[in-house]
Ligand binder design. Sequence first.
Ligand SMILES: [Mg+2]
Length: 227
Amino acid sequence: MPFDLIIFDCDGVLVDSEVISCRVHAEVLTRHGYPITAEQVFARFLGRSALAANREVEAELGRPLPDDFDAQLKAALFDEFAVSLQAVPHVAEALAAIAAPVCVASSGTPDKIRTSLTLTCLLPRLAPHIFSATQVAHGKPAPDLFLFAAAQMGAAPSRCLVIEDSVPGITAARAAGMTAFGFSGGSHCRDGHTEALIAAGAQASFDDMRQLPEMIRKFVPTPLRAR
Ligand SMILES: [Mg+2]
């Protein structure tokens, strides 16, 4: 077994949330006088913090969004999650077949992560080993969150594998000195997604969670180059 810990991203890896998130984000922004499509939200804001997105919109609008904008967005998102959110296909089987310790490391708030995992019945397999970017100084693409998760779980970064669907996530994993597999099976993934993850440093890629347990067992780490 080449790894002591498998770290899963949440959105787009455990739960198929990104299409829903972009649609709801577009609807709420449009309602506040900033007309935008889900596709445009996807291209501009996916994988970035809510704060960065709000700043950019406010700069273009020339006025601040309402104080309760984030609360409105969260309420709309949770309403839609309750109706539509699904686990990534076969991820429960994959988790059941992985013998190594597992944890979650997500840019979402603890509340959003727990809600997502509860709605998709994945929480019992993963709790309490759930880590949020709100617990560290710098979110992805900085390595902080993955290093924090590894430290909390008692694993050396070099013995950790990260499963990620975004370029900032893969970048963060490699900056943390970890192995990264790129997952492109989420319903938000388009042509070129896998190539982008490989270019960001993913050492392997896959688009079906049924492949993952065997990929983990068979992975041969590339020997570190002498410095
Ligand atoms: Mg993700």
